[in-house]
Design a protein around this ligand. Structure first.
Ligand SMILES: NC(=O)c1ccc[n+]([C@@H]2O[C@H](COP(=O)([O-])OP(=O)(O)OC[C@H]3O[C@@H](n4cnc5c(N)ncnc54)[C@H](OP(=O)(O)O)[C@@H]3O)[C@@H](O)[C@H]2O)c1
Length: 339
């Protein structure tokens, strides 16, 4: 449990990565009460200097004593590192907010989106899981609709940016784009196919049921966050050559009928959501506009004319912010509020 203090010793594990860098920026931008910030990454980055406000902080590698004296650790260094180090950190008395997939479906560990299920923070035992990026932006929108009209089924198709795979994938998209425009051969290291000027219906590993792990994360994590196993969901997750922001097409069937204007009104009042929906003026959410923003943007809200009680919409959020760093910092803020 977090002890009430004026300021906290905070660690970011994976500080040199795409999410870690955003975490450091978010802590600074939101004026998180940081007494001291410690930054960790692999041995490759040991000694590297990163900035936090006007401070310069030396990156450290991890060891058994790293977490002594740390109050809150934001982990973003992959599932293997979380498996090894999050329990070590929790045993040292530090509260871990973990961005990896390692603990998300563990029944002993809360999976939290502060706008949706902040009450689940009450039962944490030292580790709190941050959901998958494509799930976070979706549940922020689903929750108020579920409360108003009870969701029966969701069909989601995602259009996910390369930053969701991390820094190396962003470099690969840039390099392939440059090489193709210069008539050079391209190399595929991160993805199994060319990502520049292409679309890959494949995110994470394929499972025996024909779905990918990313698709099943969306199914399972949504039920856990909403605390409702009756919500049916089917997902197709797609990687697109966009640097930042995941877009999703949602088809939501509800028990009670809601028309498009009622859905707009519900979402206008929902925390963390911006309704950006005036198609007659070409206004709808776009990754290039939403990059760097905190909220999930919703547009193209319309009734599904092929089915009773069903709504279509298009949602966009910044996967590095709400999908990862911001959600983790918001969890830490809630912990501080209730300490
Ligand atoms: N990108 C997203 O949108 C997103 C969203 C939600 C969750 N996540 C999750 O967040 C995690 C990080 O993702 P990312 O996109 O930031 O990846 P990334 O850009 O590849 O960064 C990985 C980070 O992990 C560090 N690391 C690697 N091995 C380590 C070790 N042995 N000990 C300590 N640190 C180590 C790296 O340090 P070096 O620089 O020294 O190698 C780097 O700081 C993953 O678990 C991912 O699933 C990502």
């Amino acid at each position: 449990m977090l002890r009430k203090k004026k300021e906290y010793v905070v660690a970011v594990v994976g500080a040199t990565g795409a999410v870690g860098e955003e975490m450091v920026k978010t802590l600074e931008q939101r004026d998180f009460p940081v007494e001291r910030l410690r930054l960790f990454a692999s041995e490759r980055s040991e000694g590297k200097i990163l900035e936090f406000g006007d401070e310069e902080i030396r990156v450290e590698s991890l060891n058994a004593k790293s977490f002594e004296g740390i109050d809150i650790a934001l982990f973003s260094a992959g599932a293997e590192r979380s498996k090894t180090w999050a329990p070590v950190a929790a045993r040292s008395g530090c509260v871990v907010v973990d961005n990896s997939s390692q603990w998300r479906m563990d029944p002993e560990i809360p999976l939290v989106v502060p706008e949706v299920n902040p009450y689940d923070l009450a039962w944490h035992k030292g580790i709190i899981a941050n959901p998958n990026c494509s799930t976070i932006q979706m549940v922020v929108v689903l929750k108020p609709i579920h409360d108003a009209a009870r969701i029966k089924r969701v069909v989601v198709t995602t259009f996910q940016s390369v930053s969701g795979t991390g820094r190396k994938a962003m470099d690969e998209l840039l390099q392939q784009t440059t090489d193709l425009l210069n008539f050079k051969e391209i190399k595929c290291n991160v993805y199994p196919h060319q990502i520049a000027f292409n679309v890959l219906p494949h995110i994470d590993k394929f499972l025996e049921n024909g779905y990918t792990k990313e698709e099943m994360k969306m199914v399972n994590e949504t039920k856990k966050i909403l605390g409702d196993n009756s919500v049916k969901l089917t997902a197709t997750t797609v990687r697109v050559p966009v640097f930042r922001c995941h877009s999703e097409s949602l088809n939501i069937e509800t028990e009670k009928k809601l028309n498009a204007n009622e859905v707009r009104a519900i979402l206008c009042d929902a925390p963390g959501v911006v309704v950006y929906d005036a198609p007659d003026k070409n206004i709808y959410p776009l990754p290039v506009d939403v990059a760097g923003k905190d909220e999930t943007y919703v547009g193209r809200i319309r009734e599904d004319e092929s089915l009773e009680n069903c709504i279509n919409m298009w949602i966009v959020a910044d996967n590095l912010r709400k999908g990862a760093a911001l959600n983790a910092v918001q969890i830490a803020e809630k912990l501080v509020e209730t300490a």
